[in-house]
Write a protein that binds this ligand. Structure first.
Ligand SMILES: Nc1ncnc2c1ncn2[C@@H]1O[C@H](COP(=O)(O)OP(=O)(O)OP(=O)(O)O)[C@@H](O)[C@H]1O
Length: 709
């Protein structure tokens, strides 16, 4: 990393020269005492006095000039070096793959950019030059001391070794202490970052106390680690001072002895003593620099670690690009895992015809989104390859690939700028009409009309001030404006109401022929007209074909389709119902007569919920049964070691809480909406009132439900 500073050779040479002049002056000034006392004062020689004084003033002016020039050279050298280091670090960060951002938290990265680069700046801008200057003046001083009196110098050097040995012994502990303090600071920064980003979830789940306790613990850690480090460094700083005091005493004693025996002149002793103090001061200054050097060493290592990190999805050495319109995108025998040993995709082979509308469907966690992200080359396969018209994605340059294929993911990040800037980003040459057209197509125009400043409305909190549906539409508009050949859509309608969803589905269909669209969805009604559907299960493609072909096949797709059929939902998404055929397929209602099923069907209430809302909470008494009409839910459980852990995901056509229909038992997990959702719910009292006339059915139900429990 020092190369950032040694690259400016001219400035470096000027700096070294200036330091040399200053050090020479620092040694020459005390030495002049010997000549002042022995050659001018004692013999009262005015001419010699004037000469020495003149020389001292001349060298003093030279030293001040050198000091000012040195400061200028150092400021420029460090300023330019650190600016280049920051920029390189930033660029390296931008080249990193997604897994890198999973590994490093925001607080950690921010700390490396702020405290660590500041520490490097301090070290190179102050500590290292001081280290060099002090070492130089100490070495010059020691050679002068030898010239003045070698016996006194030897005694001094023996004592000085104590000054170095003491701090050295503590250095390792200080380094470990510094590392611990930095880690605790990082953990605290990460906690602050999480609190700011997750403030809505924290509030809505009333987790303030838990977060406060966590922060208090982290602050406590910082305090403890800071105190421990302070203690070690204060010992390291005091040890040399103590040694210096002992040395002082020894030198005065032995010096006096030599003067009394006429083996040393008074001027010689005074010069020796003053020079010794200067050398001692330099040595003490050096030991003061040690804690800073240790901190810097840790910071250098932390920055070096980021600089050395190679992106997992590297840019090809000689980027190529597919020629002409896309004919086929192929995944060939692709294996992939997010972590070592994990297999999220296994032997996936599929073909996507250019200009077609292709859908990836399957249960939650089956690998659909992963496959889509590989198509966008956010990750590279562990085995196999992905190719566009035979050209491996790894051979296509990133810029080219992003222009060719664009992923609209589940999370939309918005910059703190106007909506217009968020839509256009670096896209130039688009007219207002182009912008309005894209806004209209993605269904964003209603929201734009509602916002006080239309497209110039400012996005706040990275888009947190907008609804999930608005964010999704902004992401879609962004994609339409960039007009790529391939659109990779990941659940782009999950936060939209049924009316808006139908409009987006129509838009997607209208692109067929002109664009290649690959859409991941768990809602099968959206893929009925797809040219080809790939059904994923546990990381493999288990079926493929058109909707009709897959229904005839009667496999996983057909079962998923059946599960999702039987609901009606109003356009605004506020009223839903379920038909009796669907209810009759529930294992615990099997065999119930049609009349009773009719009554049950009519007794369900529609319930809508927001993203992050917990419908049932682990440990609470349950009294309601739920069917998911639309939406996605995560099921979490508290674990002793890892806190809350996701154990399953539920989606359209899934149901939960059926035990609560028969008896009051604590919920075994928490179920939380992952986006705006619609449920049908039925309370136990309603269910039991409807079944009151059929004791036999109730008993059978009880037994069936107990078996499920
Ligand atoms: N970034 C990640 N790191 C580690 N594991 C992940 C990551 N993203 C997804 N997974 C895991 O990979 C598996 C496949 O996830 P993926 O998102 O591809 O499934 P999916 O079929 O799209 O499901 P969903 O509809 O719930 O998004 C799941 O077990 C998931 O937990």
């Amino acid at each position: 990393m020092l190369k950032y500073f040694t690259a400016y050779r001219g400035l470096l040479a000027l700096l070294l020269l200036c330091i040399l002049i200053e050090a020479a002056y620092a040694v020459a000034a005390p030495l002049s005492l010997k000549y002042l006392v022995d050659e001018a004062f004692v013999p009262k020689d005015g001419g010699m006095f004037a000469l020495i004084l003149g020389l001292l003033i001349g060298v003093g002016v030279l030293s001040i000039t050198a000091s000012l020039s040195g400061d200028y050279a150092l400021g420029k050298l460090v300023g330019q070096g650190i600016a280049k280091l920051r920029l390189d670090l930033f660029e390296r960060l931008q080249r990193q793959s997604i897994s890198f951002y999973r590994e490093y938290g925001t607080g950690d990265l921010v700390a490396r950019f702020t405290t660590d680069t500041a520490s490097v700046e301090r070290t190179v801008g102050a500590t290292v030059p001081m280290l060099f200057a002090q070492t130089l003046s100490a070495c010059l001083g020691i050679s002068m001391l030898f010239a003045l009196d070698w016996r006194l110098t030897l005694i001094m050097l023996a004592g000085a070794s104590l000054m170095i040995a003491g701090p050295k012994l503590l250095q390792r502990r200080a380094e470990a202490g510094q590392q611990q303090l930095k880690s605790s600071q990082e953990r605290f920064m990460n906690a602050i970052d999480e609190t700011v980003k997750g403030h809505k979830t924290i509030r809505s789940l009333h987790q303030q106390e838990r977060v406060r306790q966590l922060s208090a613990r982290l602050i406590g850690d910082m305090l403890k680690n800071g105190l421990r480090l302070r203690l070690i460094t204060s010992w390291m700083e005091r040890l040399p001072l103590v040694s210096l005091m002992v040395l002082n005493g020894a030198m005065i004693g032995f010096g006096g002895y030599l003067i009394f025996r006429d083996q040393l002149t008074i001027g010689g002793f005074m010069a020796f003593f003053t020079l010794f103090m200067t050398v001692g001061q330099s040595a003490t200054n050096l030991t003061y620099l040690i804690p800073g050097m240790i901190e810097a060493r840790v910071s250098f290592a932390r920055i070096g670690e980021l600089m050395a990190r190679e992106p997992e999805v590297p840019e090809p050495a000689e980027p190529r690009s597919p020629a002409g319109p896309i004919r086929e995108i192929a995944m060939e025998g692709v294996d992939f895992g997010y972590e070592k040993g994990a297999d999220q995709l296994r032997g996936v082979s599929l073909g996507i015809a250019g200009g077609s509308y292709t859908a990836f469907v399957g249960a939650s966690g089956s690998g659909k989104s992963t496959a889509l992200q590989l198509l966008a080359r956010l990750y590279d396969p562990r085995k196999g390859r992905i190719a566009i018209d035979g050209l491996d994605l790894r051979e296509i340059g990133e810029r080219n690939l992003r222009e060719l294929a664009l992923l609209v993911g589940q999370d939309t990040f918005l910059f703190n700028a106007s909506v217009r800037d968020n839509l256009l980003l670096d896209k130039q040459g688009l007219s207002e009409a182009d912008l309005n057209e894209a806004v209209r197509k993605s269904g964003l125009q209603e929201a734009v009309a509602r916002w006080p400043n239309g497209l110039d409305t400012l996005v706040r909190q990275e888009g947190g001030s907008f609804s999930g549906g608005e964010r999704q539409r902004i992401a879609l508009t962004r994609a339409l404006l960039r007009d790529p050949d391939v659109l990779l859509l990941d659940e782009v309608t999950s936060a939209l109401d049924p009316g808006a969803e139908a409009a987006v589905n129509e838009l997607v269909l209208s692109l067929r022929g002109r664009k290649t669209v690959v859409s991941v969805t768990h809602r099968l009604s959206a893929v009925v007209e797809a040219d080809r559907i790939y059904v994923f299960d546990k990381g493999k493609v288990v079926e493929s074909g058109t909707h009709e072909q897959l229904l005839v096949l009667g496999g996983a797709y057909a079962r998923l389709w059946e599960k999702q059929q039987g609901f009606r939902l109003s356009e605004d998404g506020l009223h839903a119902d379920v038909n009796t055929d669907w209810l009759a397929r529930l294992p615990f209602l099997a065999g119930i007569d049609a009349g009773l099923l009719d009554s049950l069907s009519a007794a369900f209430s529609t319930q809508t919920c927001r993203e992050g809302e917990a419908i049932v909470r682990e440990g609470e008494e349950g009294h309601t049964f739920y069917i998911i009409v639309r939406g996605k839910f995560e099921v979490t459980k508290q674990t002793e070691d890892a806190g809350e852990r996701r154990v399953a995901t539920l989606q359209d056509g899934d149901y939960f809480g059926e035990i609560a229909l028969m008896k009051e038992v604590p919920r075994t997990a928490t179920v939380r909406a992952m986006g705006p959702s619609v449920l049908l719910s039925m309370r136990r009292e309603t269910f039991q009132r409807l079944l009151s006339g059929s004791t036999q059915i109730r008993d059978e139900l009880s037994r069936a439900l107990e078996r499920r429990a």
